[in-house]
Design a protein around this ligand. Structure first.
Ligand code: NAD
Length: 474
């Protein structure tokens, strides 16, 4: 595996083996960078930033536009690499790579919107407010959507005139490195974008503790985010935190149950359940619970599980052993305590070809007690708990009975029900009759323990710019 110049992390002799979670085979190796690698990348990024900041935002946007085209030209190879290192089926990998290119194009299209203000204030003279880049930005990325989340962080920072040091997750660094190389080949000046590979507690912790950062954006687990926030706070580095979620999907009695069941299956089992805004709890009106659950289980049981590079596979393996052990542990705890009714799945699928990979069957569980682990933790894998509700108020109460507040959806044909529930659910995004899709045009981020700050949407540049007020007296 070739690591380009762009990769700032080749310092120590230790390497990280990137393994295909479907087969256990080696996909590539990267260096296990730490403090020195981060310091070197930050220094290079600082040196490159001054020249980048002098360019017009539209020119910076245009380079991202060229990067998007180049990414699309490499779609097949990038998708295959993403499937190999992350595990998701090839069609999902293609979606993610195309989503990444869409984000680059979106920030190209809005690059002209960065501007200051000018106001004549009679007794003070002329006042104007400049919007300046904040400098070198840090971006720490998880393994579940490594390429899309990379684009969400890197694009607004770059268009705003900053340079960026990216720390991908140790199990999924390869596609990120390749995309950064492609962006550089498409015109991004050398040094403006640095990728440092390494483990979270070494490279990640070093980046979070870097005092000279202008901004740090982190996506990952809520507990990790707490530590990162403290480390950055010691140096007064502002942070955006996109953290875990326990999204509720409310199915009302008037909903189209087939569409809702399809939405639940796509919303839960996409990416093997490893999506921050996945459907993590279905709350269905008691009057339609039986019918809904039957359709849901038929669809879930019909998913073909296997190596994501094979045609026809609907769900790949989990990305890493720690994640799968977490799901196995949660299910064992609940089933051995006699909690709930297992409706489908519930373990590692049978068959020799599942032995080498990190597979887990699409699983549906109902009738769990309120204090069940499966309802009170973030379930980051292909397990879907179904809860019944007596009324809309009851459903909203259950949806809000979590420390998380990332996303939620309401499935109904009644506009009043949709409006009432959207306003009463504590979540950063509420979908009606859909779940999961997030265009870069809208702000995204969580409430409560799901994070602070927003990415994308009209305010996306704000964290990456600082205001300077100039008052001119003639
Ligand atoms: P994680 O917190 O374990 O790791 C995320 C990143 O942080 C990785 O790059 C990791 O190497 C790094 N890291 C780990 N420990 C660190 C430390 N001490 N200091 C600095 N960096 C450190 O999370 P994960 O397991 O990769 O991702 C899954 C989690 O991410 C889930 O909770 C999921 O809900 C959440 N997530 C949230 C969003 C969102 O937008 N809200 C999106 C995707 C994933």
């Amino acid at each position: 595996m070739r690591e380009g110049d762009i990769h700032g992390g080749t310092v120590s002799g230790e390497t990280i083996r990137v393994v295909n979670p479907a087969t256990g085979g080696l996909v590539g190796e990267v260096s296990a960078g730490g403090k020195d690698a981060v310091a070197a990348a930050v220094e290079t990024a600082e040196a490159a930033q001054a020249g980048w900041a002098k360019r017009d935002p539209r020119e910076r946007g245009k380079i991202l536009g060229a990067g998007a085209q180049a990414i699309r030209a490499h779609l097949d190879a990038l998708s295959a690499l993403l499937t190999a290192e992350q595990g998701k089926p090839l069609h999902e990998a293609r979606n993610e790579i195309q989503g990444c290119a869409n984000v680059l194009e979106y920030y190209h299209s809005v690059s002209g919107s960065i501007r200051g203000e000018c106001m004549p204030l009679s007794s003070y003279g002329l006042a104007y407010v400049l919007k300046e880049p904040v400098g070198v930005c840090g971006a720490i990325i998880p393994w579940n959507m490594p390429v899309l989340i990379y684009a969400w962080k890197v694009c607004p920072a770059l268009v705003a005139g900053n340079s960026v040091v990216v720390k991908p997750a140790s199990s999924t660094p390869l596609t990120t490195i390749r995309i950064a190389e492609i962006m550089e080949a498409a015109g991004l000046p050398h040094g403006v974008l640095q990728v440092v590979t390494g483990y979270g507690d070494a490279a990640g912790a070093a980046l979070a503790a870097t005092p000279s950062l202008g901004h740090l954006s982190f996506t990952g687990d809520t507990k990790t985010g707490g530590g990162i926030s403290q480390a950055a706070g010691r140096n007064s580095v502002p942070v955006t935190l996109e953290l875990g979620g326990s999204d509720a999907m409310i199915v009302c009695r008037d909903a189209d149950l087939h569409a809702a069941a399809a939405g639940a299956v796509a919303g839960r089992f996409y990416n093997c359940g490893q999506t921050c805004t996945a459907v993590k709890r279905v709350i269905v009106d008691a009057s339609v619970k039986e019918q809904f659950t039957r359709i849901l289980c038929e669809k879930a049981a019909g998913i073909t599980v296997g190596d994501g590079s094979r045609p026809g596979v609907g769900m790949g393996p989990m990305n890493n052993a720690q994640a799968r052990d977490g799901i196995c542990g949660m299910m064992d705890t609940c089933l051995s305590a006699g909690e709930g009714t297992l409706l489908c799945g519930g373990g590692i699928p049978d068959g020799a070809h599942y032995e080498k990979g990190l597979f887990y069957a699409p699983t549906v569980v109902a009738d769990l007690p309120d204090d069940s682990l499966l309802l009170n933790s973030e379930v980051f894998g292909p397990v879907l708990p179904v809860i019944s509700s007596d009324s809309l108020d009851d459903a909203i109460r259950i949806a809000n009975s979590t420390r998380y507040g990332l996303g939620a959806s309401v499935w109904t044909n009644d506009i009043k029900t949709a409006m009432i529930s959207s306003s009463q659910i504590d979540a950063g995004v509420v979908w009606v009759n859909q779940h999961l899709k997030l265009p870069p045009d809208v702000p995204f981020g969580g409430m409560k323990a799901s994070g602070t700050g927003r990415e994308n949407g009209s305010g996306a540049f704000e964290p990456y710019l600082r205001s300077k007020t100039v008052l001119v007296k003639s």
